[in-house]
Design a protein. Structure first.
Length: 245
């Protein structure tokens, strides 16, 4: 198959393209660096010509609530229209487990809006909701630091997953029939957000456990960002991933 990966130069996109090529598919990376702009709608028809599958793993350059909503609604509207014009048979998008359970988070609200556009479009689709990646620990730490550098983080449970497992599951989704709905992926363990970050940061950074600390604008609970029964479960544990780093 010809598979076009929008956001193909990012963390997941690069890994997904490598897996699809290993499986014998023509995997095409589409990004601003290759002349494709999903916001302006530039280059979409050209890159999707002859494609069987379109994969969206793009992300907003800004996490400000209005910016991220504008990005996902504009980009997704353009991508869906181009996929329909090209006769794409499967539209695959990466989203976030629990996005619909945390409306206080501007980023998660934007992902829900993106999912709604995909579900309402005529192109058969699969939305893969994944939990937070192991690779996000440093970014979460940076966003949680107070003026004195102390990190205030909730002990509410996450179910983080390795980016390698996300890419592998996406590759399976791409090579399967459209689910016409949402499938979930989580890691093999549930870990408190405070412990998740504490185990990844340097010894000079102090993590303070604070149940009231928000996570990207939302106060989460143990049930907020974990998978439902029947989800795909990644193979790589957090300790294995940390050791590999």
């Amino acid at each position: 198959m010809k598979v076009v990966v929008f956001g193909g130069t990012g963390l997941i996109g690069r890994k997904l393209i490598a897996l699809l090529e290993q499986a014998g598919h023509e995997a095409v990376s589409a990004s601003p660096s290759s002349g494709v702009d999903t916001i302006a709608g530039v280059g979409l028809d050209e890159v999707l010509a002859g494609a069987e599958v379109s994969v969206d793993v793009t992300n907003s350059p800004s996490f400000a609530p209005d910016d991220v909503l504008a990005f996902f609604t504009t980009s997704t509207t353009n991508l869906l229209a181009a996929a329909a014009r090209a006769g794409v048979g499967h539209y695959v998008a990466l989203s976030i487990v629990g996005a619909d359970r945390e409306p206080d988070s501007g980023y998660l609200r934007a992902k829900v809006a993106q999912e709604g556009l995909i579900a309402a479009a005529p192109v058969p689709y699969t939305i893969l909701r994944a939990t937070q990646f192991f690779e996000f620990a440093a970014g979460i730490a940076a966003s949680s630091a107070g003026p004195d550098g102390t990190l205030h983080l909730t002990p509410a449970k996450l179910q983080p997953v390795a980016a390698d497992d996300v890419a592998a599951t996406l590759a399976d989704v791409v090579q399967s029939e459209p689910a016409k709905g949402i499938v979930e992926l989580g890691g093999p363990e549930k870990i408190g957000l405070d412990d998740f970050v504490r185990r990844a940061v340097t010894s000079t950074q102090t993590v303070v456990t604070d149940p009231t600390a928000p996570y990207f604008g939302a106060v989460i609970t143990d049930d907020s960002l974990v998978t439902a029964p029947g989800a795909h479960i990644g193979e790589i544990t957090y300790n294995e991933w940390l050791a590999s780093r």
